[in-house]
Design a protein around this ligand. Structure first.
Ligand SMILES: [Zn+2]
Length: 329
């Protein structure tokens, strides 16, 4: 098995990957499938086939609790616009350029063509992800909606295709025993839907993280958890970790376009919300100066592996911005 695996899921039912529950019982949905949800679904597939005892085996612990990474599953439209990117504040004309990227030293404040002001991205999705809305309920014996069980939920539509990467020991999650896993359920008791089919490509290679001269550009596809030497949350990656993975010394963060995010979730077993934690938001972008340009192989590894802590829970996944007309490489 290779160091990384690309997986593509096709939704055979609508999928709701819930965000933090809201007080008005309207469930927000992610426009993608977070790595934590993918990891949970693969672990559930193992337990379904081999029983709960499997969770005690070293094989299970290395795969699901080890040093691997479970990245998020995205469509092209759901990836965030990097926070380093400026766009028109108002509608652009046909002749206007669409994006300026401060990570590439593009610091315009107005459009050359229409002179409209430019504003930094807030990390919104790059395109429009088609969603549908459904209301579901659970009834009591008296036939009334049980308290807290009436939800209006937006869901990713059937037939949507989403892709992402697993890295390191996490790639073993795709095989239970020697049997490949072909279907998964992203549903929970709270959604009752969410079947997908799974295609695995172990020959695909991730695009290497972007490199300009001796600098690399890192863009977060998922929230990231970094900490300083005292264990407090930090808003910048650990240069020692980057040096290890890149095989060259990472010297300095020369550009950072970041926001904080709050990451919570729902603990299905207890039916309670998980504690909300501080993380660097998806879309955050860093430009890191290295002692020399890292090799494309090392940059591919970093792209699939991600950065920071809790990568097995989907934190710190990276993505590479789509190629631009200016052809930066
Ligand atoms: Zn313009």
């Amino acid at each position: 098995m290779s160091e990384y695996a690309r997986i593509t899921v096709t939704l055979t039912q609508p999928v709701a990957a819930g965000r933090n529950a809201r007080a008005d019982f309207r469930q927000e949905t992610h426009n993608h499938v977070p790595g934590s949800v993918l990891r949970g679904a693969l672990a559930a597939a193992w337990i379904r086939r081999r029983g709960r005892e499997v969770t005690q085996l070293p094989e299970f612990l290395e795969t699901f609790e080890g040093a691997g990474s479970f990245g998020p599953l995205h469509s092209e439209a759901s990836l965030p616009v990097p926070l380093s990117v400026k766009r028109h504040k108002y509608a652009a004309s046909e002749n206007c350029r669409s994006e300026w990227d401060a990570a590439y030293d593009e610091h315009a404040t107005t459009c050359d063509e229409c002179e409209d002001p430019l504003v930094f991205s807030k990390g919104q999705a790059r395109g429009r992800v088609p969603l549908e809305t459904r209301t579901t309920t659970a009834l009591t014996a008296e036939g009334v909606a049980r308290d807290g069980h009436l939800f209006t939920q937006s869901m990713l539509k059937e037939q949507a295709r989403l892709s992402g990467w697993l890295h390191g020991p996490a790639t073993r999650a795709l095989f239970c025993g020697d049997e490949p896993i072909h279907t998964l359920s992203f549903g929970s008791r709270r959604s009752l839907r969410g079947s997908v089919t799974l295609a695995v490509d172990t020959t695909a290679e991730p695009d290497p993280v972007e490199c300009v001269g001796q600098d690399v550009i890192l863009r977060l596809a998922a929230p990231a958890a970094f900490c300083d030497d005292f264990g407090f949350p930090a808003d910048q990656p650990d240069l020692r970790e980057l040096s290890d993975v890149l095989g060259v010394e990472a010297l300095e963060v020369v550009g950072a376009w970041t926001r904080w995010d709050e990451v919570g979730g729902w603990h299905a077993a207890s039916g309670l919300p998980k504690p909300v934690e501080r993380a660097v938001a998806a879309g955050s972008t860093y430009r890191i100066r290295c002692a020399e340009a890292p090799s494309p192989e090392a940059r591919r590894t970093l792209a699939a592996r991600g950065i920071g802590l809790r990568r097995r829970e989907g934190f710190g996944a990276l993505y590479v911005a789509p190629p631009r007309p200016e052809a930066h490489t």
